[in-house]
Design a protein around this ligand. Sequence first.
Ligand SMILES: [Zn+2]
Length: 345
Amino acid sequence: MEEKINSLKNELDEVFLSFIKDKNEVKSLFDLDLLESKYLGKKSFIAQTLKNINDFPQQIKPLVGKTVNETRKKIEDDIKLLRDDFTKVEYDKKLREEKFDLTLPGRTLTYGSKNIISQVIEEIQEIFIGLGYEIAEGPEVETDYYNFEALNHPPDHPARSLHDTFFISENILLRTHTSPVQIRYMEKHKLPVYIIAPGKVYRKDYDVTHTPMFTQIEGLAVDKNINFGNLKWTLETLAHSVFGKDRKVRFRPHYFPFTEPSAEVDVSCNICGGDGCRVCSGTGWLEILGAGMVDPNLYKFVNYDPETVNGFAFGMGVERIAMLKYGIDDLRLFFENDIRFLKQF
Ligand SMILES: [Zn+2]
């Protein structure tokens, strides 16, 4: 009996010596986990001895258990001390690594920049909100009725041709202008109407001055006793706000399907001051928008009385306004969203 216990004690001493030797090699928490598994895990001598304790004679079993558990306790205590040490060391190391060095140069945050089209839309909206206008919006996918028919476009009008319009089906299309918003708004509202309708429009065109999608802002004022003088004052106010008070504004007679009379509006060229240069094609003027008195025919579509109401409408390409305002010569730059371009404004 005593022999068996002594033999077990010897084996446990060997195990503990081996443990001490291995313990000195431990360099990390990971090594420590391996060490623990080796000496206390399921396959360890200690665990196996306890598991097979029934192999010992009944009367020495308590002594066997006590002897094995003494060694187990020593190993457990050592491992716990070591674990505390390593945990602290690794925590300190982590803290050191994560410590802020306030003398290091900061990392620059790169901010986005609002697209210049949005900036120009907001600027123009602000001007008109100041004049008492409302912002109105409508669908980009439109019916032929709202895009053309209700806006006085006869069936043979060039703007109706397949060349310009993206048709989705025979009667459904991508709006070619924001004018349908005017019809939709008048259908639902009584006088007076003072609205600004900004939005994306679509036409089949692509070169330095045309993109298949571009942005328009249209305005509509319908009330009693509105005349061409009101239109002129409104657009001069717009031109001076956007381009500067020193710019001259002129109206040239023009044709649009849903206004009569119609005009194109120019501002004096800021590059040459009106003498004529490459930018203004030698004319001294830059075209900024189209406008006119609403054709009384349109009022029939929205159940207004053409005898008692009148109004004006105007429309401009936002990209064109931005190009003229900031001297940008390629329309496509607006849509690439290159941060180097956007940051200039
Ligand atoms: Zn010029």
